[in-house]
Design a protein around this ligand. Structure first.
Ligand SMILES: Nc1ncnc2c1ncn2[C@@H]1O[C@H](COP(=O)(O)OP(=O)(O)OP(=O)(O)O)[C@@H](O)[C@H]1O
Length: 363
């Protein structure tokens, strides 16, 4: 498999759009390591499919270069790039049997018959279609057809990468989990380079080693699920990952304190910096504690509502004029004169939406 390097890639869908400065991808300069499982995650229109299509060769970028290992593949066709693709909807041959569909990409590449038989049998078991191996694909459900598509994508071992574009959309919800586990297992066994587009955070966080969060035509962070949770590099990542997302509170900075609605909050790293742009303090609801007013560092809040979500409750409150969510345990009491404290280690400071690092600069 291959290491994929995106070298200063930009893309506008027409010369007019480029002239107007409207780029679907504004600047992508990243490396996807050989054997890594990456999920491209972001809201509708952020550029995930555009980026995937540039990797597959369905689109040529307006600017920049794409490398598979050391080979510049920017101008190569999808066939020349030797990749496997799985799309949102099934792409299979209806007149072939399930087994013939799986064997097709292998026979095309002149894989010896014994090897084809072994790999097809293995894949049939993984996608749970052994009993339908000799049935024509035509009569199968959409769900089963998409499993064949997945199988066809995964059956080859000689590809540079396997690209998935929202492949589980048509799959029944209870099967999704099983197929995701199967993908993960295959990735572990064969260390395939996988790039998986989704707008579903659960799907991204359970599938990928590294999640590539995209926002408005840019990659705002590439990180493990833990990194995205603990240190969102951009306020969008904090807001998009987690349920509810990170609280983002407008603030000013005075020395090593942040000031939110007149409340002074000591920053953990004492990051003192002078800046005239927008500054915000990020704190996840998991690290906001509800307390009685009057205690040390307690900041008074107004509670709007408390939502039950099974084993926990979400408290929707306001700190001054700013909405603030806290997660508390199911049985925990909500003080009538409520205030909050923030766990110091979980405070993140942002300048113009980017995380301020320990030296006071932005990521
Ligand atoms: N063929 C096209 N012509 C012009 N603009 C396009 C074309 N395809 C996509 N775009 C625009 O490019 C931007 C990125 O689109 P893209 O489909 O890559 O986003 P996405 O993150 O995959 O969204 P979704 O999750 O809805 O598929 C959007 O603003 C979209 O309107």
């Amino acid at each position: 498999m291959a290491r994929i390097r995106l070298d200063h890639i930009r893309h506008a869908y027409s010369a007019e759009l480029a002239k107007a400065g409207t780029y679907a991808l504004r600047e992508i300069d990243h490396v996807f390591e050989d054997g890594g499982a990456y999920a491209l995650l972001g809201p509708s229109g952020c550029g995930k499919t555009t980026l995937l299509n540039i990797i597959s060769g369905l689109l040529t970028p307006s600017e920049g270069h794409l490398y598979f290992d050391r080979t510049d593949v920017t101008m190569l066709t999808p066939e020349q790039r030797n990749i496997a693709q799985v799309f949102q909807f099934p792409v299979i041959y209806d007149t072939m049997t399930v087994a013939e569909n799986l064997a097709f990409p292998l026979k095309n590449r002149k894989v010896p018959a014994g090897e084809v038989k072994r790999r097809v049998a293995d894949m049939l078991a993984r996608i749970g279609l052994e009993e339908k191996a000799n049935r024509k694909a035509r009569g199968l459900t959409a769900d089963e057809k998409q499993k064949i598509s997945l199988g066809r994508g995964l059956v080859r071992s000689d590809v540079n990468a396997i690209l998935f574009d929202e492949p589980l959309t048509v799959i029944d919800p209870h099967m999704k989990w099983q197929l995701r586990s199967e993908l993960k297992q295959l990735h572990r066994e064969f260390a395939m380079t996988m790039v998986y587009v989704t707008h579903d955070q659960t799907e991204a966080l359970t599938f990928a080693d590294k999640v590539v969060v995209m926002y408005d035509g840019e990659v705002v962070q590439i990180g493990t699920p833990e990194e995205l949770f603990e240190r969102p590099q951009h306020t969008f990542v904090g807001y998009f990952i987690g349920s509810p997302g990170m609280n983002v509170l407008p603030c000013t900075v005075d020395g090593s304190d942040a000031i939110v609605s007149g409340e002074r909050i000591a920053l953990p790293n004492g990051a003192g910096f002078k800046r005239t742009g927008k500054t915000e303090l990020g704190i996840r609801p998991e690290f906001v504690t509800l307390v009685e007013r009057g205690g040390p560092n307690a900041m008074p809040v107004t509670i709007d509502k408390v939502e039950d979500i099974g084993s926990e409750r979400i408290v929707r409150a306001r700190l001054g004029d700013h909405p603030l969510s806290a997660i508390i345990e199911e049985g925990a009491s909500v003080p009538s004169q409520a205030a909050v404290t923030f766990a110091p280690h979980a405070l993140n400071l942002y300048a113009d939406s980017r995380l301020v690092d320990r030296s006071g600069g932005t990521a």
